[in-house]
Write a protein that binds this ligand. Structure first.
Ligand code: SAH
Length: 242
């Protein structure tokens, strides 16, 4: 009986692996059609008010369809979020651009990202010249990103499996911190891990809609808050999910 139950468990594991593989089917070729749609997306985001040319250039360079299930290939360049594994989402390109612009990333800065998700936002930051430290609490997403061939083009991105509420004390302090999930309040440990002169961009709120905050730490270590537009993110959850 023991042998049988082990066999069933093994088969279940094999099935799960197969379904994960299917769920991760991606189109990994960048056609003229994709490139054309990407140009249109950049112009659309520009017309919505994004002015940082480095952000627009990064969005124009990264094949967003690589980060999305092939089922969405035809619509990958619409300015909207899409589901990824584990009930999470790849953010809307306008939202990625908005947060990246507010972060005012300069080349060689150390940037902590909370919520790797698809890895798309991390690539935008890396193309802007940042050294990216990205944390994800979902083991499956973390593992997938470690094997995702396109991300091997980005040695400036380091992946961590962990709880973003804790930040990364070993690598702190950071010039910039970007949180890509909705926090009920500003996490104190993240503020602690900001350098003097550093900035954190984070959506804050407990309802379906959150406000984008930018927290700045001045040279004396005092904190200043600015509030920007409303957005809708998946929640920032406590702990890790194996
Ligand atoms: N930046 C991502 C957006 C992903 S959605 C992208 O470009 O695709 C937000 C992600 O935050 C999800 O993958 C979710 O699992 C993750 N997340 C939520 N709470 C977290 C936490 N406490 N620590 C780390 N990641 C978290």
């Amino acid at each position: 009986m023991k042998g049988l139950s082990r066999k069933v468990t093994n088969e279940k594991t094999q099935c799960k692996k197969f379904f994960n593989y299917l769920a991760a089917m991606r189109v990994l070729s960048d056609s003229y059609r994709h490139k054309g749609l990407r140009k249109q997306l950049v112009e659309q985001i520009r017309s919505k008010g994004i002015t940082d040319e480095r952000v627009l250039q990064a969005i124009g360079d990264i094949p967003r369809h690589y980060f999305i299930d092939s089922a969405f290939d035809q619509i990958a360049y619409e300015d909207r979020a899409f589901p990824i594994a584990e009930g999470q989402t790849i953010s809307q390109p306008y939202t990625v651009a908005y947060q990246s612009q507010l972060l005012e990333v300069k080349p060689h800065e150390k940037v902590l990202e909370v919520g790797t998700g698809s890895g798309y936002q991390a690539c935008v930051l890396a193309l802007m010249g940042a050294q990216v430290f990205s944390i994800e609490r979902q083991k499956q997403l973390y593992e997938f990103n470690r094997q995702f061939p396109y991300l091997r083009n980005f040695p400036a991105i380091r992946h961590f499996f962990g709880d973003g509420y804790q930040g990364l004390p070993t690598f702190a302090p950071f010039d910039k911190i970007i949180v890509t999930a909705a926090a009920p309040a500003i996490p104190g440990k993240l503020v602690e891990q900001l350098k003097p002169g550093g900035k954190m961009v984070i959506p804050v709120g407990e309802s379906r809609v959150q406000q984008m905050f930018r927290i700045s730490k001045d040279a004396a270590g005092d904190i200043h808050e600015e509030v920007f537009d409303d957005f809708s993110f998946v929640p920032m959850l406590q702990g890790k999910n194996n």
